[in-house]
Design a protein around this ligand. Structure first.
Ligand SMILES: [Zn+2]
Length: 243
């Protein structure tokens, strides 16, 4: 194989690896942000339940006051009923007593509902707090993994860039400039394997004489359609017959 073709294949491998590493690094802020949003939303769930618990507590306090108020009236009317002079007064006070009893009863029912709600909210708070703890642990672990991966990628990038420099130094300038030009116009993919007479990147069929030249891997030959530099991977030697 022509030395430049072999080095260009190598250069493409390095460039693609650099591209992948840089893309992963560029995605880090977004991944960290998503982790932070997960925590924010888990904290929001806990806060929302706490707010409902506060509202429930306030409502129960109000109902308690109402019950005390109507119970106070009730005992006052009962006392008064001992001292009524007329039938009319007696009926009037009985009416007040019945009304106050009803009020107490209906407030007690409301209280019961609020107490059931309070039990549910206590369960919901426990669940939300446990989800928050789980989220905190998972987010912490993910952040540690991202930080570790960051260091590995940085080292890998430095090594790839050093390797690239050494490959570039060995290339003839004309081969390098064709590679760089195609790479810049083709989203970083300057090389294309030719297989079965086809450019495997743009899928256009090559002219037979072009494919035949590419098979020899002895010159820089570009695809007529996508202009990528073509190379040929010889099929592995067929295993010898065993019979
Ligand atoms: Zn092509």
């Amino acid at each position: 194989m022509h030395a430049d073709v072999a080095r260009l294949i190598d250069l493409q491998r390095i460039d693609s690896a650099i591209h992948d590493a840089e893309r992963t690094l560029a995605g880090e802020p977004g991944r960290l942000q998503a982790l932070d949003s997960r925590l924010t939303s888990a904290r929001g769930e806990v806060d929302a339940v706490k707010q409902r618990i506060a509202a429930n507590t306030a409502a129960r306090r109000e109902i308690d006051k109402d019950i005390a108020l109507h119970q106070g009236r009730l005992s006052k009317y009962r006392e008064q009923s001992m001292n009524v002079k007329t039938n009319q007064e007696y009926h009037a006070i009985q009416h007040e007593i019945a009304f106050a009893q009803n009020e107490v009863k209906s407030h007690e029912e409301r209280m019961l509902e609020r107490m059931m709600e309070s039990d549910e909210l206590a369960g919901a708070l426990k669940a939300a707090e446990s989800s928050l703890v789980t989220a905190q642990h998972e987010v912490e672990a993910s952040k540690r993994a991202i930080a570790a991966e960051h260091d590995v990628l940085r080292e890998k990038l430095a090594a790839l860039k050093a390797e690239r420099t050494s490959v570039v130094e060995q290339l003839t300038p004309s081969a390098l400039s064709v590679f760089e030009l195609v790479s810049s116009r083709r989203h970083g993919v300057a090389m294309a394997e030719a297989r079965d007479g086809i450019c495997t990147v743009c899928h256009v069929r090559l002219r037979p004489q072009v494919f035949n030249s590419v098979r020899r891997n002895e010159a820089i030959i570009q695809c007529d359609s996508c202009h990528r530099i073509l190379y040929f991977v010889p099929p592995a030697a067929a295993p010898a017959a065993t019979t």
